[in-house]
Design a protein around this ligand. Sequence first.
Ligand code: FAD
Length: 301
Amino acid sequence: MVTRKFFSVLSSSQFLENKARNWGPKLGATTVIAGETIEEAMEAVRKLNAQGLCATVDHLGEFVHKKEEAVASKDYCIRTLEAIDAYGVDCNLSLKLTSLGLDVDRNLCRDNMLDILAKADELNIFVRIDMEDYAHLDATLELFQELRRSYQNVGPAMQSYLHRAEQDTRSLKGVNLRMMKGAYKESPSVAYQKKPEVDANLLNIIKVHLLNGSYTAVATHDHNIIEEVKTFVREQGIPDDLYEFQMLYGFRTELQAQLVNEGYKVRVYVPFGEDWYGYFMRRLGERPQNIVFAMRGLLSK
Ligand code: FAD
């Protein structure tokens, strides 16, 4: 059976990555990755906007080990913000602190973020900090709190598989949070391992944050969770401008359209860039059935 671990191993294979680069995105990745350049990403966002969907773009990059790489990544984020403004699209920016140097030098990462947030603030664009593995959680939240003293146009993401997710959510009252199950393999000492527990905690933290009057982005393809959230906001009279749904580019597009038709705000997470291989393999690992979907993309080329 094809497992998450299998795709996780593939995602870290340098040999396969090099091969995949030569093949180009013909593996079927183009159905879930919006291209390799900022311009391609902006065209994809334009099409989403025309369908009533808003977006957040993420420039894919896997590992940053040097100061110059972190600064280059910051410059790319700023160019992306300028492109969002120039194209006039309804779009946020998503980023990872490790790509901005969190593992190289924490203060370098902070300075990079301050430059990005200053530009985003000037252009009135929201910046989402993706959540990475547990080893980066404390550093991410601590840096976020520091950034928030200067800027309000920024918010992190919360993983419901973590035992401490509710506690962290409560401590982030008033912050615009993205809520999702979590994508990394974590130890049972810090994370729930069973799907029913992860699902129940996702609903729990969404409800806690909404009842606290805080903006909540519900990031899931799980129709059961989405239905429960719809019922909850209706029953509790939660205002429409306090939440949105989010899904990944190319995933459950019929459900995205259905939610838009029902009048809900839906934001699509649009990954782009040359480093698409690891992202693509991780998505296959989360849901091996997606390989059928990927093959369809390959066959239609
Ligand atoms: P799953 O638990 O994968 O699926 C639940 C059920 O939904 C399935 O059993 C099936 O019935 C249905 N379903 C799911 N996918 C499909 C499909 N493609 N087609 C048909 N039915 C389907 N993780 C992080 O760790 N950090 C982040 O910052 C982060 N950001 C994210 C941003 C967005 C916008 C999204 C959508 C996800 C993000 N994730 C992030 C990943 C997330 O944590 C999950 O790993 C991922 O979304 C899979 O969980 P799920 O809730 O979508 O549903």
